[in-house]
Design a protein. Structure first.
Length: 675
């Protein structure tokens, strides 16, 4: 573990600091406006530090620093050191694809246009990035009729130069033929300059010039030249239509959208130049270090603008949350641009709508990123093997059950059970529970009730004779090979107590997953099990925990919605929805129904006498209709004679709240039966 440097040796100046491990490798790089104040925060009781920070300090054996003149230089130095050393405890960019750019090789005598990926070269102008290469090729194909610059490779260019005859692109007017001297170097350079201006968003001047040249050619009776200019103008206008207009024509801005969880963040960036979207980029960040929302924005800005960005630095950068050190980052970006740059959060209007669109793209990309991992068979196999090793399970947990609770101030208390089989959700095995024996807000007692009911059902089915059980397995016939509860040590102790009381401690392994720091706790251990960040095992545990949380909340909202929309007419025997609606309409409201006499109710032709008596008794207990068991028997007798099944009478085939309902084939998670 790194020791604190002697007092007074750390300077009270801006700079960058580096923590190193025993081999001398840089494991973390940071920046500070005051090195002394910032570094002193690391040398305190580890229990007061964020777990990731505490782990970094425990791994490091030394700390060094470099002084600079101001905070902007500290920021630039930090970025260059992170790029150089790639420290394991700094945020890591995981870009799973190389985005294509439209490149123009300005360093050649006759520049060419082409689609390029990978690292940037000096002397080449880049436009984009674009989501798909075909989008660049379509745009370039349209523009070559207006700006016929070459797209051939150097080898092909020199071959036709040697042969003295141009290629097919020259004959179809998509190249001006510089290889055979059909155009001089300066006019060719002018074509290249106009193409770059167009791709930068300066389209109005080009359109006006083409229109003027076309009219001038027509006025001079040069109709063939006028027709060629007309075709060039049409191609330019089609290319302009492909660029979406999202802001004012004089606005340059980058829009950053973020979707994240505790471990990762998906980032989408739209590049807007002259009011048009000229490119987009997306990447995944691995949140290795402790980050606030503003700190995450800082890291994204460093990743985007640390190297020379292809689209340049705009006047405005729209972000979801302001930077933790906004003034420094604005000064840094202004230094890169050469003029003032503003970082702001859009609150209203078109920019707000545009930012919401970019954020929606980020959320969708985050979902796709997680689905790609979940759908990978090899990744699932690795996850199950890792869980077996890290949690010391007797076998790979091919069936994992996770439990979570949901309530609103102790009301509508529900629990959920979700199941992963072979690493995939099995929604037919999902179960949901109404908590009946817990008063008020008590998650521990609710968890104990749910686990007890589930595991007792398993024991009842396991001990049932085969002849009585039948061929079809019961609803709780399979025990979990890993029972996971959402929470920390408290929820784990509840699960441990339940399995021990039922004699299942040796049969069912249990664990808990605390959401705050993604810590996994096991029985008999004070410290959590360290599961590597970004591992397939931790991803699988997160996925089932989040699914249990979603499933519990869905059921809770359903129950709460039903309760909040319930009527005092609910639960009356024989009064279904159709009769209820007719009754309210006939008497003019629910209050009128409550005050109606028994005679008034009996006079309604659509209401059988037994149902009329039941309605009257509901609001006038002890009245003439509230007779005795004979009346109840009479009411039951009427159930088969036009009385609709409702509240306390169960029609044939119906199941009460305490019974199990067999799921139909193909049932979804939203229609799973209740226990």
């Amino acid at each position: 573990m790194v020791t604190r440097p002697p007092a007074g040796t750390i300077p009270d100046t801006p700079g960058s600091y580096q923590f190193k491990d025993v081999q001398g490798r840089v494991i973390y790089v940071g920046k500070a406006s005051s090195l002394r104040q910032r570094l002193s925060n690391y040398f305190q009781d580890p229990r007061n530090l964020h777990p990731r920070t505490a782990q970094m300090v425990a791994t490091a054996t030394s700390v060094e620093w470099i002084e600079v003149r101001n905070e902007v230089e500290a920021l630039m130095l930090e970025y260059s050191l992170i790029k150089q050393h790639r420290p394991r405890f700094n945020v890591r960019l995981r870009d799973d694809k190389s985005y294509p750019f439209l490149a123009v090789t300005l360093d050649e005598q006759y520049p060419r246009a082409l689609v390029m990926r990978g690292r940037k070269r000096k002397g080449t102008r880049y436009f984009g990035p674009y989501a798909h290469a075909y989008a660049i090729r379509e745009t370039l194909d349209l523009l070559l009729r207006s700006f016929p610059i070459r797209t051939c490779s150097p080898g092909k260019f020199h071959e036709h130069q040697r042969l003295g005859r141009p290629c097919l692109l020259y004959h179809i007017e998509k190249c001006s033929g510089p290889c055979v001297g059909e155009i001089d170097e300066m006019p060719y350079r002018q074509l290249v300059h106009e193409l770059c201006e167009f791709l930068d968003g300066d389209t109005d001047d080009i359109v006006r010039r083409l229109e003027a040249d076309m009219r001038a050619a027509a006025g001079e009776l040069e109709y063939e030249r006028a027709a060629r200019l007309r075709d060039r103008l049409v191609s330019v206008q089609r290319a302009i239509e492909k660029q979406q207009m999202v802001a004012e024509r004089n606005e340059d801005l980058d829009v950053i959208g973020i979707a994240d969880d505790e471990l990762e963040a998906a980032v989408q960036v739209f590049f807007v130049r002259k009011g048009r979207v000229v490119g987009r980029k997306g990447f995944i960040l691995d949140k290795v270090e402790e980050l606030t929302p503003g700190g995450l924005v800082d890291r994204i800005l460093e990743e985007m603008y640390g190297d020379e960005p292809p689209a340049g630095v705009p006047k405005q950068v729209l972000v979801p949350t302001l930077s933790d050190d906004q003034a420094t980052y604005e000064e840094w970006l202004g230094h890169l641009r050469g003029s003032k740059v503003q970082i702001r959060v859009p609150l209203r209007g078109e920019k707000r709508e545009l930012h919401e669109t970019v954020t929606r793209n980020a959320r969708e990309e985050f979902v796709r990123h997680r689905l790609r991992r979940a759908g990978d068979h090899n990744a699932r196999s690795r996850a199950l093997t890792e869980l077996q090793d890290m949690l010391e399970l007797p076998e790979a947990p091919l069936r994992i059950e996770c439990y979570d609770m949901a309530h609103f101030h102790g009301t509508d208390y529900v629990g959920s059970m979700v199941v992963l089989e072979d690493g995939l959700p099995n929604k037919r095995e999902y179960r949901r529970f109404k908590v009946r024996e817990v008063d008020g807000n008590n998650d521990f007692a609710a968890m104990e009730e749910v686990l007890t009911r589930r595991l007792k059902a398993y024991l009842d089915e396991r001990d049932q004779p085969v002849a009585e059980r039948g061929q079809k397995p019961g609803k709780f016939a399979y025990p979990p090979q890993l029972l996971l509860v959402d929470g920390g040590k408290g929820q784990l102790s509840v699960a441990e107590r339940v399995v021990q009381s039922l004699g299942l401690a040796d049969e069912i392994p249990i664990a808990s997953l605390a959401k705050r720091f993604e810590e996994v706790y096991l029985p008999g251990r004070n410290e959590p099990v360290e599961i590597p960040r970004g591992s397939e095992a931790l991803f699988m545990l997160q996925r089932i925990r989040d699914e249990a949380h979603r499933f519990a909340n869905t059921f809770h909202r359903e129950l709460r919605g039903k309760r909040m929309t319930s009527s005092s007419l609910d639960g009356i025997a024989g009064l279904g929805e159709a009769r209820k609606k007719k009754l309210v309409q006939a008497l003019g409201g629910v209050n009128a129904v409550k005050k109606a006499s028994l005679g008034t109710l009996r006079d309604l032709s659509f209401l059988p006498d037994a149902v009329a008596e039941a309605v009257y008794v509901k609001f006038h207990p002890g009245g003439p209709g509230d007779s005795s068991a004979d009346g109840a028997e009479h009411l039951v007798g009427q159930a088969g004679k036009g009385v609709e099944p409702g509240g306390g009478i169960a029609a044939e085939g119906e199941v009460g709240d305490d019974e199990l309902v067999e799921p139909e084939p193909g049932i979804t998670a939203e229609h799973v039966d209740e226990l």
